[in-house]
Unconditional design. Structure first.
Length: 261
């Protein structure tokens, strides 16, 4: 499998996953034009994408899904509650190819299975994704709320992961955000910190050291105000070491192609 982060942060999220026969997009928090241009930088044609899957209703993940669907004519997969919540404030417009899934179910795309995992993030009905093909498993684990029951088991089953590493504790504590927002970010429905994500990866590496599957982790959804790529990377390297390769998704542009061997 090959993965590309087209952008990740509170300003917009979109990820591309490719197998020999299937091409999928996850989330549509950037413009359709940006997505098309950034995929083209890696020689990919967005009109060849088989489907768009939406994790939850927040605008940085869902705001452009209607434009994506109408412009590129691929189906959009999401839960009924996510669609209802999105339509209340995102003005998604008419979509001609909507496919509903139930949070916790799996969706088949030829020889690819996408497993959806309910999350406690403070959205209408959030999910994370695990994409499985030919024995390989990759996770897109963002906007998780907290390290909920079962998340560690998911991580131990993966060959690669895109995982949120939203904030540095000290930067958030001393930053300009109001206390209510700080509480929301740190809360059970908020986001994982650098340390939260790094501890999860550390546990995964430690508990599977004799049979480690995880090849790399890509840190995503970094806060502009309360984090930096350097701080996030250093926190993970200090806790995880060099056993797992660490990438950092850009808030402003496309990543390199990340491949599962």
């Amino acid at each position: 499998m090959k993965l590309i982060s087209l952008q990740s942060g509170s300003n917009g999220n979109c990820f591309y996953v490719e197998t020999p026969n299937v091409r999928l997009l996850f989330d549509a928090g950037i413009s359709a034009r940006q997505a098309q241009i950034r995929l083209a930088q890696h020689g990919r044609d967005i009109t060849k994408v088989d489907a768009l899957l939406i994790s939850h209703d927040h605008s940085d993940h869902a705001k452009s899904m209607g434009v994506f669907q109408r412009k590129f004519d691929f189906p959009v997969y999401l839960t009924r509650r996510t669609l209802a919540a999105s339509q209340r404030y995102l003005k998604t417009g008419k979509m001609n190819k909507v496919r509903f899934f139930t949070a916790g179910s799996s969706i088949a795309f030829q020889d690819v299975a996408v497993h959806t995992i309910p999350t406690p993030h403070d959205s209408a009905e959030g999910v994370a994704f695990v994409i499985e093909h030919a024995g390989q498993r990759v996770g897109i684990l963002t906007d998780l709320g907290h390290a909920f029951d079962g998340l560690r088991d998911v991580l131990r089953s993966l060959d690669a992961v895109i995982i949120e590493s939203n904030y540095d504790d000290a930067m958030l504590e001393h930053g300009r955000y109001p206390q209510q927002l700080k509480k929301r970010i740190r809360g059970a429905g908020g986001h994982l910190s650098n340390v939260d994500a790094a501890l999860l990866l550390h546990e995964t590496v430690s508990q599977t050291s004799d049979n480690l599957r995880l090849q790399w982790a890509c840190l995503c959804h970094l806060s502009e105000d309360n984090n930096s790529p350097e701080v996030a990377r250093r926190t993970h390297q200090d806790l995880v070491g060099d056993v797992v390769e660490i990438h950092v998704a850009s808030r402003d542009g496309v990543s390199d192609i990340m491949e599962v061997k």
